[in-house]
Design a protein around this ligand. Structure first.
Ligand code: GLN
Length: 456
């Protein structure tokens, strides 16, 4: 009840949710009754989870933030949602996002702009801005987002919460509306590393409904949260941390650099050895990402044709029905991505763009591998700046894309990364949070959670 009251009070100024469930109290009561009858309830019993609206839920609309799916109600739950429900979690509602995950602010939602709880004149980040704002403002306990190029980590940084992007394949993508299938992952938000870790544990694992989901065993990520002695003086002794040199270059706000350097000293105090490491191909990630993500999206979004799902514009001829339904249903940013992607995949351009971007992707994967052979984790800012004003970058897509420089490489390499608050910069009336990104080797989420838990 207290969370629902909090949600009602804060929602008019934040607009994090596109839909709020009206059965939350009933579900909580049911769980309570079951506990009263000494029945088994899962480890997430009563945990209020908000779910990004590009993740399918059978009992609530799932729009992906797009008019093309306005009113669409999937006949199934995404695997991650099904697992949460089976463990007793309660889905409190569906959160706002940039249309189909394309954006960094939630301004590209077809329905509303979400505000940052730290300063409501600022963006919460994106594309999972609604999920990050909801946890930050305590409208829910934890939430699910999706991360194709930073959409969990950058909003976590902007909203001062923990954001966890798992290894590609760790969590089933079944029921996640595809943006760029080779990069997409479902990720977790929490107000602590432990919260995000418990949620990750609940949703991880192989799924026959997603051919790209991994068969890697899921270790008990949550064991660290109870077994660590936080009073030990150097609990991270021997851990080798690499600070990625290129991420502190020009173009990064000085307040952000200062916070990251402070975090590096804190890691040293905890016993880590911190050294700078160079990833020479780092700046190539951004152009490669935007070519690959747009290319995959131009293919993935062809399914929204006005026939199979969502909104249909009546026409007397089939091609006009497709064309008008799409022209009407998609927003500006999505159309721009489809055009860029279609162009990059066109005969005659394929070699110059898509193929080269794939080659760059291989180079980036190799340079991460080399850096992670020498270090246990790599650290960087999660974003070159703290949250900026709503509208500030709306008419300058390149400036907005450039803000993704810290996160996109990690998706290209498929690695796990954890973002957690590490300081503040001036801004708004109470300062603005800054997040540190910790990157680990594939399937080594456990180490990130352990380091993050001790760090915070
Ligand atoms: N901002 C990036 C983009 O617009 C990343 C989005 C995401 O991770 N879904 O593509």
């Amino acid at each position: 009840e207290s969370f629902l009251t909090r949600l009602r009070v804060t929602e008019p100024s934040l607009r994090s949710f596109l839909h709020v469930s009206d059965t939350v109290l009933r579900q909580a009561q049911d769980l309570d009754d079951r506990i009263g009858r000494s029945e088994e309830v899962g480890p997430l019993a009563g945990v209020l989870v908000a779910v990004k609206d590009n993740i399918c839920t059978s009992d609530m609309p799932s729009t992906g933030g797009s008019r093309v799916l306005e009113g669409y109600r999937p006949p199934f739950d995404a695997t991650a949602v099904r697992k949460i429900k089976e463990l007793g979690g309660i889905v409190v509602g569906k959160t706002n996002l940039d249309e189909f995950g394309m954006g960094s602010t939630t301004e590209a939602s077809a329905f509303q702009v979400t505000a940052n709880p730290w300063d409501i004149s600022r963006v919460p980040g994106g594309s999972s801005g609604g999920s990050a704002a909801a946890v930050s403002a305590r409208q829910c306990m934890v939430s699910l987002g999706s991360d194709t190029g930073g959409s969990v980590r950058q909003p976590a940084s902007f909203c001062g919460v923990v954001g966890l992007k798992p290894t590609y394949g760790r969590v089933s993508r079944f029921g996640l509306m595809a943006y760029a299938s080779s990069l997409d992952v479902i990720g977790c938000f929490g107000s602590s590393v432990a919260d995000a870790g418990f949620l990750l544990h609940a949703i991880s694992g192989h799924d026959t409904l997603d051919a790209t989901s991994s068969k890697q065993e899921v270790p008990d990520f949550t064991s660290h949260f109870t077994s660590i002695n936080l009073l030990e003086s150097k609990p991270l002794k021997g851990l080798r941390v690499g600070l990625i040199r290129e991420t502190l270059d020009e173009g990064v706000d000085t307040g952000v650099t200062t916070a990251i350097r402070g975090a590096a000293s804190h890691l040293e105090e905890l016993g880590c050895s911190v050294s700078e490491v160079s990833l020479p191909s780092f700046s190539l990630g951004l152009p490669a990402y935007y070519i690959l993500a747009s290319s995959e999206s131009s293919s993935n979004l062809s399914r929204y044709d006005g026939v199979r799902y969502g909104n249909q514009v009546a026409a007397d001829e089939l091609n006009a029905l497709y064309g008008d339904s799409r022209a009407n249903g998609f927003g500006h940013e999505v159309k721009m991505r489809i055009l860029m992607g279609t162009y990059a995949l066109s005969a005659g351009y394929y070699d110059a763009y898509y193929k080269r971007a794939q080659q760059v992707r291989t180079i980036i994967q190799k340079s991460f591998k080399a850096a992670l052979d020498e270090h246990d984790i790599l650290i960087s800012p999660a974003s070159p700046s703290a949250a900026y004003k709503i509208g500030e970058k709306r008419n300058d897509p390149l400036a907005m894309y450039a803000g993704d420089i810290m996160t996109v490489n990690v998706n290209l390499a498929g690695l796990p990364a954890l973002v957690l608050p590490c300081g503040f910069v001036e801004g708004g009336s109470v300062g603005l949070p800054v997040g540190i990104q910790m990157i680990g080797a594939a399937f080594d989420e456990g180490k990130l959670l352990k380091v993050g838990h001790i760090f915070e």
